[in-house]
Write a protein of this length. Structure first.
Length: 303
């Protein structure tokens, strides 16, 4: 069965004759008669009663006509949806992300849903390296990653950045300073996650300290922010002060006996990584929404 056979069937039924259907379809009448005959043979039923005066639907034709119309509507819808996918107005984007990005990602996706309601974004939360591997393999369409440096085989587009904050015991003498420079922290053990857990952030912090010739002692590993803040406060009470550094996407976390100070001039970049090919319209919609959310949610460090 061919699509045009259904089109000819509907046209003959609507026009009440082969000649008028041929005129509507811009084909010769013989072609219409031929295709209807083929359709009847393939279906095994007669669709029309033909007389010298009129052409009318048989009982089988009346029953099959709504099905033919529905099939043509469905085919037209397939083409329409394909056009919307090409334009980025329809479809599903698989976005790799991390919990740390939630305060910017969710408002961005809410705004995207308002502007492009047919475009859905499916979030996949995973570790950075697994996000990158899934993007390269085609399991993801895009991924948010820390840093804006090159990634082999991928293109990165910076979407926002976060200021860096120092957290240290509120009882430490450095907590009396309104702002801290890296050199101020020399000799105080730093809690930093191993490089393999967060290469971009690890390199940012260690590079910043090297650039300022700051000799920082390595302290216990950073785990989660809240656990690390609790450990800093607890260890300080027992005479073992330490500090950590984190990037701030929203409000400062609640913490007792902890002082927070901005690290001037230091910011952590977050980029949208995609495969190294021209970004699709859907990716461009997502990129615009993420950048808009960054502007609206930009954090101003407290004094």
């Amino acid at each position: 069965m061919e699509l045009r056979q259904l089109e000819y069937f509907v046209a003959v039924a609507d026009e009440g004759g082969f000649g008028r259907a041929a005129g509507r379809l811009h084909v010769v009448q013989a072609s219409v008669s031929q295709q209807i005959a083929r359709l009847e043979r393939e279906l095994g039923v007669r669709l029309f009663d033909r007389t010298t005066r009129r052409v009318g639907l048989t009982a089988a034709g009346e029953r099959l006509l709504p099905e033919a119309r529905a099939a043509l509507v469905s085919v037209a819808r397939v083409g329409q949806v394909a056009a919307e996918i090409i334009s980025g107005a329809e479809g599903v984007l698989r976005l790799g992300t991390a919990r740390a990005f939630a305060e910017r990602v969710h408002p961005a996706l809410d705004a995207l849903a308002d502007r492009v309601p047919g475009l859905r974004v499916r979030l996949v939360q995973d570790a950075r390296e697994r996000r990158i591997d899934a993007l390269r393999s085609g399991e993801l369409d895009a991924a948010l990653v820390r840093g804006d440096g090159p990634l082999p085989g991928l293109t990165t587009m910076r979407v926002w950045d976060h200021p860096l904050f120092v957290a240290l015991p509120a009882t430490h003498p450095l907590a009396a300073l309104p702002r801290l420079e890296p050199a101020d922290l020399a000799g105080l053990p730093l809690r930093l996650a191993p490089r393999d857990r967060n290469p971009a952030f690890h390199d940012l912090v260690t590079g910043l300290l090297r650039a300022s010739d700051t000799d920082v002692l390595s302290g216990p590993h950073f785990t989660t922010l809240q656990e690390t803040l609790t450990a800093i406060a607890t260890d300080a009470a027992s005479g073992s002060p330490s500090w950590t550094v984190f990037d701030l996407a929203g409000d400062l976390p609640p913490a007792r006996r902890i002082a927070f100070r901005p690290l001037p001039g230091a910011r952590s970049a977050v980029s949208l990584a995609v495969r190294a090919e021209p970004p699709s319209p859907a990716i461009r919609h997502l990129l615009a929404a993420l950048k808009a959310a960054a502007v609206q949610g930009a954090c101003t460090p407290p004094p």
